[in-house]
Ligand binder design. Sequence first.
Ligand code: FMN
Ligand code: SF4
Length: 438
Amino acid sequence: MGYPHKSHPRETPVLSKHFGNPEARKLETWKSLGGYKALQQALTMDPVAIQNVVKESGLRGRGGAGFPTGLKWSFMKLNDGKPHYLACNADESEPGTFKDREIMRWTPHALIEGCAIGAYAIGAETAYIYVRGEFTEPIARLEEALKEARAAGIIGNNAMGSGKKIDVWVHRGAGAYICGEETALMNSLEGKRGNPRIKPPFPAVSGLFGQPTTINNVETLTAVPHILNNGAEWYKAMCLSSPKSTGSKLFSVCGNVAKPGNYEVVMGFSFKEFLYDLCGGPLPGRKFKALIPGGSSVPVITIDEAESVKMDYEGFLEVGTMLGSGGVIIFDDAQSMPRQLARLSRFYAHESCAQCTQCREGTAWMTKILERIVAGQGTFEDLDTIFDLAENMTGKTICVLSDSCAAPVTSGINKFRGEFEALIKGKRSSTVAMGAGV
Ligand SMILES: Cc1cc2nc3c(=O)[nH]c(=O)nc-3n(C[C@H](O)[C@H](O)[C@H](O)COP(=O)(O)O)c2cc1C
Ligand code: SF4
């Protein structure tokens, strides 16, 4: 894997400050850069006080749903006599998302520190980092860093000499998208098939091994040491638009764009400036057409809609989409939207765990119809069938994988209906009609 780009002057590198510096992976250097000071401080604090600082900072989960982190931690009933667990979600299999990978590759100690603080704050002695199987380099970096942290007594039976036990372990997944869903992740960690569980019970009541558990994303946990070091007010002040969205956020950018990569900006940054200045605009001779801003699971927006967006949870909602995981997938005017959406739908059909009929049948059927349209063999009734299917696939299943397939497809058809109709009317295949795709 390569080196990241040099930070753009308009980025606010907090989590990404040391990306590209191999020295930062080493414990000695990491400590000289201020590493593990926050953990040392945290271990002198009451867990509830840590939860309160995180609540006050406004930090929201970076895994996709944006749930307030401090509030989630406060659901864990302290001193209930049960073992508690922290599961760090490093599955990162959402298409278009590759930010957690870079945190683990370049700053593994930052994540270990975040996990240790998170575990202590929820009354857990054990944290598992569940990493997707294909992430061989991030796994190796984490293992090396954990070995160093253990040998230095930072984690273990007497973490930093505090008398408290905090252990952190890496668990390698086997590369199934569904194992990023928090309850499927827990099943997988337990050695079972990675099927999502019905909620309730929620993980804070009965999670890993039936015990109270909190699941947090890599980026979420890595933000925590910065919040403890600099204070909740400092974090809250990183906000350019809605006060409900605070801090800095890593966005992964891919597709038809001049400068793909990871960019860290303050919540509320102008999406137009982000796309044209930081990311360098479209490729030569092309124009941006559409994008999916939050990983592939959120509604498609047109470039006109995107240009008005302030990049935070509320800003993306205003144009009918979501911030999600922050994986920005860009399509330019050479791309066929029917073809791109058929490809996406095929991904969800392949990754469905097949427990729910609406998802198992819906994702497969939707893919079949879209591929028929792309092949120039679709009908107008096919479009109606897709919307019928989408209705049945939304809000009716154990997890939201099913909804995640329906949302980009229906929004894409609504916004680019002309492209679908042209294929249906002309009975032409999209590869002939509209270029080769991303
Ligand atoms: C199908 C599916 C896949 C998911 N994949 C991921 C993932 O790869 N990484 C992640 O952090 N969250 C993923 N999530 C969200 C998690 O279920 C969970 O909300 C998140 O890890 C909570 O952490 P946070 O509160 O820090 O965001 C996924 C959800 C679904 C429904
Ligand atoms: S919605 Fe799909 S992936 Fe989620 S539990 Fe049901 S069948 Fe499995």
